[in-house]
Design a protein around this ligand. Structure first.
Ligand SMILES: Nc1ncnc2c1ncn2[C@@H]1O[C@H](COP(=O)(O)OP(=O)(O)O)[C@@H](O)[C@H]1O
Ligand SMILES: Nc1ccn([C@@H]2O[C@H](COP(=O)(O)OP(=O)(O)O)[C@@H](O)[C@H]2O)c(=O)n1
Length: 224
């Protein structure tokens, strides 16, 4: 039987990570794990309960007391928080604009990483996020860092919002994406960074199938 690999996909907001990670996981019959959803779920709970997002210890306590579950589904991944489905709720702009504050806390990240590593213990996983290649799966056989210009990423998110019927302002999205990238890249602990051994793919002028194909080529190189 072919060896089951671990595949790490990192990169800035709206670079296409989850879209291509889902397709790659499906092609390989691997599990897809969207780690951003975990930070989003904790942020959602903190916002609903009016918690101070700067209070690292209380966020850690909240996380430890939370039942956070990810279930594979044909459309990607369902997210449950204390037995309640929050798959859609965690994508709201309120959560999006606060999540990087929650995600900068070291203690929160350490616990998230512990959970993420436990999901990946048997390999056969495609995981996307910001620190997968650098911290969560440092021994992943395939590491990819996806990039695209901030303009292109904002245009993509804008189109996605309009298609879903959500209100959307392109200039505002551009600013929000740039601001989130800045916080994610500048935080002290486990910032958004390409792992030394990750392959960078600039997707600005690539289609989704072209990006998937590049990643599948890397996978095939590793399985020989
Ligand atoms: N190579 C690409 N070309 C055009 N659109 C893309 C490409 N990759 C992703 N998209 C679209 O861009 C949006 C953001 O992609 P997503 O996978 O959610 O990004 P991320 O997970 O990195 O935040 C989605 O609407 C997706 O369909
Ligand atoms: N491994 C990860 C994944 C997400 N995150 C944080 O969670 C936020 C949301 O991640 P996401 O992948 O859902 O975001 P999008 O790029 O899909 O909008 C990021 O902006 C980071 O602040 C992180 O710090 N580390």
């Amino acid at each position: 039987m072919e060896k089951k690999l671990s595949i790490a996909i990192d990169g800035p907001a709206a670079a296409g990570k989850s879209t291509v990670a889902k397709v790659v996981a499906e092609k390989l019959s691997y599990i897809y794990i969207d780690t951003g959803a975990m930070y989003r779920a904790l942020t959602y709970k903190a916002l609903v309960n009016n918690f101070n997002l700067e209070d690292e210890n209380s966020l850690l306590d909240t996380l430890l007391a939370t039942k956070l579950e990810l279930f594979p589904s044909p459309n990607g991944q369902l997210v449950f928080l204390d037995n309640q489905e929050v798959t859609e709720e965690i994508r709201s702009s309120t959560v999006t604009n606060s999540v990087s504050i929650v995600a900068k806390h070291q203690k929160v990240r350490e616990e998230m990483v512990r959970m993420q590593q436990s999901f990946a213990v048997n390999g056969g996983v495609v995981m996307d996020g910001r620190d997968i290649g650098t911290h969560v799966l440092p021994n992943a056989e395939v590491k990819v860092f996806l990039l695209a210009s901030v303009e292109e990423r904002a245009v993509r998110r804008h189109a996605e919002n309009l298609q879903k019927g959500y209100p959307s302002d392109l200039e505002q999205l551009k600013e929000e994406i740039a601001r989130r990238d800045k916080i994610d890249s500048e935080r002290e602990f486990a910032p958004l960074r390409k792992a030394d051994d990750a392959i960078e793919i600039d997707t600005t002028s690539l289609t989704i199938p072209e990006v998937v194909e590049k990643i599948m080529d890397l996978v095939h190189e590793r399985v020989g």
